[in-house]
Design a protein around this ligand. Sequence first.
Ligand code: ATP
Length: 326
Amino acid sequence: MIVLDHVSKVYRSPKDGDVVALKDIHLEIKRGEIFGIVGHSGAGKSTLLRLLNGLEKPTSGRVTVDGIPISESSERQLREARKKIGMIFQHFHLLWSRTVWENVAFPLELAGKPKREIREKVDTLLERVGLTHRANAYPAQLSGGQKQRVGIARALANDPTVLLCDEATSALDPETTASILELLKEIHRDTGITMVVITHEMSVVKRLCQRMAVMEDGKIVEQGEVEALFREPKHPVTRQFVESLIAEKENAERHTALIRIPSRKLDLLWGLLAERVKRGVTATILPDAAESGDHVTLRIGGPKDAVQEAVAALKQDEHREVIPHV
Ligand SMILES: Nc1ncnc2c1ncn2[C@@H]1O[C@H](COP(=O)(O)OP(=O)(O)OP(=O)(O)O)[C@@H](O)[C@H]1O
């Protein structure tokens, strides 16, 4: 469906000299696949995406999308090809002076579609993304998630066969991200559209993609099934990304509890906590000017279960003077 055949891209700048953004990339994405591309800032992800919709031409190599030789197409041919290549962006790129409805209608107007067809299509798309009730609102009146829903509806207006997602959830909070990923999955299920998902968030790849490529310094350093790469990352950059997700998860699972204990029991209880520290529990004595001296406050942190268990242990019978603080 999408083929990058030994593609390189060099930006020539009189000021900074040559910047090699992509080095001999070979990538094949199958029809109907959700393919993730991850990499740190500057790895070349955006350049790769811009080659797919013809916004940039490769310095060498060929780019083919759905049988169209994008890298060799004229501007006129590209305009036609881009109708079949939808794109959504991190910062939505909506037209601020147009309503939700008019934003979604825009690509259909550009394609010269008759009014009645536009009306039906926009109504259907707004229903699809759950925004019928906001049709007459302006982008400034919408939440981030709603703006991205408009972006998705607009990207789908001309029934594309490919959807390019450029950090589409990076500006959204975790809950909104989850709902947008769910919507993208539903659209994929309903239409079989091929998706290319560029992100620096491994959680997005994990939840959405079937295969992925990891980029570093203009090259693909590893690619394969998402599950396999998560199970056995080989390249250090892949490993780093996989570990970042584990850290993300652990963070999300972190809980804290404050507990006030008699100072004279501190040594004893500290010993009791020590074995739990091995299981990811942290204990900190909080500096508190209001302490009378006969009590101290401890902050217990860590995974929810472990924190609850540690607090329960501190409160057990022989230490019944422990007073829950919160
Ligand atoms: N128009 C341009 N002119 C010159 N250099 C460019 C241009 N666009 C990108 N670059 C350079 O090409 C390299 C790859 O950039 P690119 O934006 O593709 O990376 P990225 O992985 O998408 O990073 P980010 O997530 O920060 O956008 C970088 O060194 C960047 O500075």
